[in-house]
Design a protein. Structure first.
Length: 437
């Protein structure tokens, strides 16, 4: 008789990340600043090397380590590609989508073939594995290719991200953006189309963002000519480039540039105005300003039919949002929340919380995993969430282990809380909060 043994390895890293985000929201998202040296070096490198060419900003990667310490990661990238090719053979449609995306990248100058990849060069070289990621809720890109700049041979080898400064967080505070969003009678949102890819990457750093693919069963080496999502310093480079760009237009458009500075979160623009004319002026000037950095503001959405009609008259009809991200009619996402633009109310997104509660576990681990799914930057659900925090406090006091069944009394309280979660989707909070003098 033969026996087969198997073991279950449970990855708790996602729980830790969710809990970290949850408690950061308790302090309104405020985090400790990185070390002064890190911030200073990132900004200094950027300010010395950023330049404006052909209607785009060109930036360099902010290296914190000697690039000679970087392993090229070729063997890992090749193994991951082999696995992906096997997946393509089982799914021809995925293969077609993948190739169409890469072809589009090459046609638009985002990537290029490396002519002689085997020749030694006195530059950093790193091969990034890649894979498809699907986002059914996206109204524009359902399948996205994600590149892994954190990949490495082992813990002893450095990845590309290990060798780069992350840079300071230059984004405005989410809480501030949402509060400002609620104070405007005429509200609107937009985002930058493929924002990271609008920044040109300096030629000397392009071989550090190579990747492998196959064409007609032949191995090909490509590299990025643009900044890409997944590289550690990309969010900093995008924010710093936007702020540099806005400085050029401050004297000509002071109100709009200040609004853009204050209301951008990565590539999302969330703002508004108290009058229809001001809303039109800010939005159209924003389009013009960002266009001069090859950054197209698209998916414009507003609570005002009048403003929407004025946008169409101004020639923005091709950049208006017409496909709601959420199945909830007339709703779109705003920094993780749902905004019904017709009735102008906000809903805290709770679907990930509902999904996490579907397996009916009653342990401390499951409880922590569940509350880590709550994203409520405005604290709208605080009266409801405080109840589960109290449960958590009792569990710690009683020293209940991670996977131990909850005591009957606590389990009853927890199950009651869980039963009420679906009703959170019924909580509709008016977006507009008029201030009276």
């Amino acid at each position: 008789m033969k026996y087969t043994h198997c073991g279950l390895i449970y990855d708790c890293s996602d729980i830790g990340n969710d809990i970290k985000k949850f408690w950061q929201l308790e302090s309104i998202g405020i985090k400790d600043d990185p070390s002064c040296n890190e911030v200073d070096q990132s900004l200094e490198i950027f300010e010395k090397t950023v330049c404006y060419k052909d209607n785009r900003y060109e930036v360099e990667l902010p290296w914190k380590r000697d690039w000679h310490e970087l392993n090229d990661n070729y063997s890992v990238a090749k193994k991951r590609l082999d696995s992906l090719v096997r997946r393509f053979k089982k799914n021809p449609d995925l293969n077609l989508q993948y190739r169409e995306t890469l072809h589009d990248y090459e046609k638009n100058g985002i990537i290029e073939k490396v002519p002689n990849p085997e020749n030694p060069i006195n530059k950093p070289v790193f091969y990034m594995p890649h894979q498809p990621v699907f986002r059914d809720e996206s109204s524009t890109t359902k399948m996205r290719i994600v590149f892994d700049a954190s990949s490495s041979h082992s813990f002893q080898h450095l990845s590309l991200n290990d060798c780069l400064w992350p840079g300071p967080n230059l984004n405005s505070n989410i809480f501030d953006i949402l509060i400002n969003f609620r104070l405007n009678k005429f509200a609107f949102i937009s985002d930058i189309e493929k924002a990271f890819l609008q920044l040109t990457l300096a030629e000397k750093d392009r071989d550090a963002v190579r990747f492998l693919c196959t064409e007609n069963d032949t191995l090909q080496v490509y590299r990025f000519n643009r900044v890409l999502f997944g590289v550690r310093s990309s969010p900093f480079l995008l924010s710093a480039s936007i702020k540099t760009h806005l400085k050029k237009f401050h004297d000509e458009f002071p109100t709009t540039t200040e609004c853009l500075n204050r209301c951008f979160y990565v590539d999302d623009f969330i703002s508004g105005a108290d009058s229809l004319q001001d809303a039109l002026e800010i939005s159209t000037q924003a389009v013009s300003i960002m266009d001069q950095a090859s950054m197209v503001l698209r998916k414009w959405t507003t609570n005002s039919d009048e403003l929407r009609q004025l946008w169409i008259r101004e020639g923005l009809e091709n950049q208006l949002q017409d496909n709601p991200i959420s199945p909830r009619a007339n709703s779109t996402k705003v920094l993780g929340m749902l905004w019904n633009t017709v009735e102008d109310y906000l809903i805290v997104g709770t679907q990930s919380l509902v999904d996490s509660l579907s397996n009916n576990e009653n342990t401390k681990r499951h409880l922590l995993r569940a509350i880590g799914k709550i994203f409520d930057p405005l604290g709208l659900l605080s009266p409801f969430i405080i109840r589960v925090k109290c449960i958590l406090q009792v569990l710690w006091m009683k020293e209940i282990s991670w996977d131990e069944e909850l005591p009957p009394d606590i389990q009853k309280t927890w199950c009651q809380w869980v039963s009420e979660v679906p009703r959170l989707s019924e909580l509709q909070v008016p977006r507009y909060v008029p201030l009276t003098s």
